[in-house]
Ligand binder design. Sequence first.
Ligand SMILES: [Cu+2]
Ligand SMILES: [Zn+2]
Length: 177
Amino acid sequence: MGGVTQKMTDTIKSVPALAPAGIQAVVVLRDPNNGQVYGQVEFMQTDDGVVTVSGEIKNIPNKEKRGFHIHEFGDTTNGCTSAGAHFNPENNEHAGPQDALRHVGDLGNIVGGTGDVAKFNFKDSVIKLTGPHSIIGRSVVVHEKEDDLGRGGNPDSKKTGNAGGRIACGVIGFKKV
Ligand SMILES: [Cu+2]
Ligand SMILES: [Zn+2]
């Protein structure tokens, strides 16, 4: 043994200026076609990599489900259409949020409650606010119909969940905390 001892300071990593823990994002949803669906959704990533998704979306009829996804582009120049397809960096088939293989953007459905407001608070460990699965700069889209989570029995079910048209969308950005 013996020899040169490494100085302690060489092994200490500097703390990043923007710690990945506790990072937060927000999106304001609206219907570019002057529809009635609007609201906001917040995302918070904790240091275990789990993202809490919470929000309130107005004019979702009580007990009805509406497809709710992250789409690949933060582009609403042609309304919600230009948000592109479901965010799918792993090139999987469409599925539900609990499925092992899914689009990263597959967050399933939101459900209307009393007063026709969809309120929700759930956790997802596939979407991220950092790294290759980051949803920052992409879009949230709410659809006119329920997402069948890939179980609809036709080819479109494995691509879009047969959720139909897009009734509200918005671009996800960093939230001031
Ligand atoms: Cu969608
Ligand atoms: Zn999908």
